[in-house]
Write a protein that binds this ligand. Structure first.
Ligand code: PXG
Length: 290
């Protein structure tokens, strides 16, 4: 495996960061998770744009242009001869001192890892997921805004532990007002009487690339959608539910907190949106090998 590290391709054994890197010491940095499908890096421009927005929000100056970052990401896929898989792109604050002051970190580190991906088992796509809501509240927009894809994922990991303890794979996180924000690594969608609903970004939902793609597909397919605040009551009484994320793509949910959602089987609107999404993975994104 060849890993991009600060402008060079190095072997996995040589891909090392300092123990004084503030990405490690404080979770001070930002990241993206990106997919390649059929020789294309899906929605790469959108991922890189979001990366730079996350960086701006934490006053981190990425030492490359967006165009250079796009080129480096595609080149990392080429170096690893990958046409399908998963990319983890990180920018850390870089090496500093033991104090948390980011001014002591002169140079951010850029790391790009291209690998294969471990997907959810196929049976979850066929039968749907069972999930729960968890006690850990999603970060407040005025603390670590959930819009920032930061290297500090403890809020999500705590919720994921609560999901694991309940014997399930994902968790609905509510915001401090009790509205649905998102899952630990996925956005939430409901279908009610043929109309699509997803929480607004102001509720603490990530500006998800898959979320945006699903909304584009819905528009194209003539499916009406809205972004109102959603409660657990709305979830329990939905006809269909699914989650979206780069890793999960579109995954149906059939049970939440012991309540069966709709018929208890993945629904027709979910299937139609999934087909539209999959079509886009064939045509959308930077080509890896010309
Ligand atoms: N919310 C959160 C908190 C996320 O981390 C999403 C929503 C979905 O956003 P995208 O842009 O991916 O549609 C994410 C993304 C993993 C993994 O390994 C998780 C994500 C992305 C890639 C891989 O679990 N989460």
């Amino acid at each position: 495996m060849k890993i991009y590290l600060d402008g060079e391709f190095v072997s996995e054994a040589d891909a090392k960061v300092s123990v004084f890197d503030h990405g490690l010491l404080y979770g001070d940095g930002v990241f993206e998770g990106i997919r390649m499908y059929h020789n294309r890096v899906f929605k790469l421009k959108e991922h890189i744009e979001r990366l730079y927005w996350s960086a701006k929000a934490i006053l981190l100056d990425i030492p490359m242009t967006q165009e250079e970052m796009i080129a480096a990401t595609v080149e990392t896929c080429r170096q690893n001869n990958l046409r399908d898989g998963y990319i983890r792109l990180l920018v850390t604050r870089g090496k500093g001192t033991l104090g948390l002051d980011p001014r002591r970190c002169p140079k951010p580190s850029v790391i790009i890892i291209a690998a294969t991906i471990q997907l959810y088992p196929e049976k979850y796509y066929q039968e749907g997921l069972t999930i729960v809501t968890v006690p850990t509240t999603r970060n407040l927009v005025n603390s670590v805004n959930p819009a920032i894809k930061s290297l500090n994922y403890l809020n999500n990991i705590l919720a994921r532990i609560e999901a694991n303890n309940a014997g399930v794979e994902e968790a609905i996180m509510l915001n401090s007002d009790g509205f649905v924000a998102e899952c630990t690594g996925d956005n939430v969608f409901l279908v009610q009487k043929g109309k699509l609903f997803t929480p607004p970004l102001s509720a603490g939902a990530l500006y998800g690339i898959t979320r945006n793609t699903v909304l584009d597909v819905a528009k194209e397919q003539g499916i009406a959608f809205a972004e109102p605040n959603l409660t657990r009551y709305d979830v329990y009484n939905a006809d269909e539910m699914f989650l979206t994320g780069t890793a999960a793509e579109i995954i149906p949910v059939v049970k939440v907190d012991g309540r069966v959602i709709g018929t208890g089987k993945p629904g027709p609107v979910t299937a139609k949106l999934l087909a539209g999404f999959q079509a886009r993975t064939r045509t959308d994104g930077e080509i890896i090998f010309a």
